[in-house]
Design a protein around this ligand. Sequence first.
Ligand SMILES: [Fe+2]
Ligand SMILES: [Fe+2]
Length: 187
Amino acid sequence: MEREAAWELVKKYVQADGLRTHMLAVEVAMRAYAQHYAEDPDNWGLVGLLHDFDWEIHPTLEQHPLDGAPLLREHGVSEEDIRTILSHGPFGERITLRDKALYAVDELTGLVTAVTLVRPSRDIREVNVQSIKKKWKDKAFAAGVNRQDIQEGAEALGVALWEFHVPFVLEAMQASAAALSLNGNAG
Ligand SMILES: [Fe+2]
Ligand SMILES: [Fe+2]
């Protein structure tokens, strides 16, 4: 599936701007990790862009992402891409590097976005690792972001959480600040 078709699919099934932006953020992080591991950025980006496409039509973890599979198949997404998308769910088995990367970046992009949006500037280029760490420790902040998932994801991927993973994903998102609407109020 081409990127444009994937984005059309996302826009068809996802109405909330926040969720669309979440998928764009995961796409950006997946493309960066693909480059890091000398894999295909288009392909890794695609599973990131699509991974939560069915959340609004399947808004429970019993349904999502499993029940989205037939729709993806109908739209011509490959079986291996569907398998990776399903692997990020609670019943998923994360086997390939791509599966592990998707799991590791999913919740983290949410935390980085939340940290950006509480700043008066709403500009991700002003966010640093220290500010993310501070909010990480504040359990009441963005309480829906499962810190343990991020930690286990980084471990499974084989990257150090604070020394590599967080700065790496932050940098990737900063480079796409405008596309993620995290480039400040004035932008
Ligand atoms: Fe999901
Ligand atoms: Fe997600």
